[in-house]
Ligand binder design. Structure first.
Ligand code: NAP
Length: 246
């Protein structure tokens, strides 16, 4: 399905990003495994992709740093000559009620999630406009759609990513580049492991499918949006949340 495609997945050393990288490789793509702090885990993901018979390289870059993102794309081009699929998955949370939320907590979350996606999309747009094809998939969140107490920063960033998705879909559509978002609900990763059991139980109670999501659930949605079959879908947000929001 994705043979001869090159995918760049940000934050692919662990969690949802790791599963996206592995799944795109299973469907035939070669993968640039971006990481920021998790070097060893990123190398393990690349090794696993190699075992599947696909090419993978690890590249370190902090997505919120414009110079590092420019270098990431430069290196990707050197290595593969093109980037067909960009998945903006890198993200962090720094939850707090607004009266306690520091400016630093706000900035860090917006910089990593939203500005990081902006910087990567800017680089990808340049390439994909020339290629006259491409797929950009932004990992947003249910929090950016319905809101979540304690996450003013994260909700702003994720809602912002959905807005940017629509704007860029309009900018790049005439060159057959699609831009979509995937908005996961409650997915079991290190990001949600830290939540108190009471909060987890509260979320589970709101999920019609009666289970937490797995990274693989998100990865399969991303693979679909990256595929030829999704060529006429752009500017959309696909919710992967077990029915938590409809
Ligand atoms: P996670 O397990 O905490 O992993 C976060 C990933 O983001 C790591 O690979 C990390 O890389 C990377 N990252 C963080 N800051 C980065 C930076 N400045 N530059 C490059 N990479 C960076 O979280 P997850 O649950 O897999 O989340 C992945 C995405 O899904 C995030 O955008 C998150 O907001 C979104 N999401 C998650 C859920 C959920 O329930 N888990 C729900 C909705 C949306 P390093 O370790 O290498 O630093």
């Amino acid at each position: 399905m994705l043979e001869n495609k090159v995918a760049l997945v940000t934050g692919a050393g662990r969690g949802i990003g790791r599963e996206i990288a592995l799944t795109l490789a299973e469907y035939g793509a070669d993968v640039i495994v971006n990481y920021n702090g998790s070097e060893e885990r990123a190398k393990a993901v690349a090794a696993e992709i190699g075992e599947k018979g696909r090419k993978a390289v690890v590249m370190k870059a902090n997505v919120s740093d414009a110079d590092e993102v420019a270098a990431l794309f430069e290196q990707s081009l050197k290595e593969f000559g093109r980037v067909d699929i960009l998945v903006n998955n890198a993200g962090i949370t720094k939850d707090n009620l607004i009266l306690k939320m520091s400016e630093q907590e706000y900035d860090a979350v917006v910089d990593t999630n939203m500005k990081g996606a902006f910087l990567c999309m800017k680089q990808a747009a340049k390439l994909m406009l020339k290629q006259r094809s491409g797929r950009i998939i932004n990992i947003a969140s249910i929090s950016g759609i319905i809101g979540n107490a304690g996450q003013v920063n994260y909700c702003a960033a994720k809602a912002g990513m959905i807005g940017m998705t629509k704007a860029l879909a309009r900018e790049l559509g005439s060159r057959s580049v699609t831009v979509n978002a995937v908005a996961p609900g409650f997915i079991e990763t290190e990001m949600t492991d830290v939540l108190p059991q009471q909060v987890k139980d509260g979320m589970l109670a709101q999920i019609p499918l009666k289970r937490a999501g797995q990274a693989k659930d998100v990865a399969e949605a991303v693979a679909f949006l990256a595929s030829e079959g999704a060529a006429y879908i752009t500017g959309q947000t696909l919710q992967v949340n077990g029915g938590m929001d409809m």
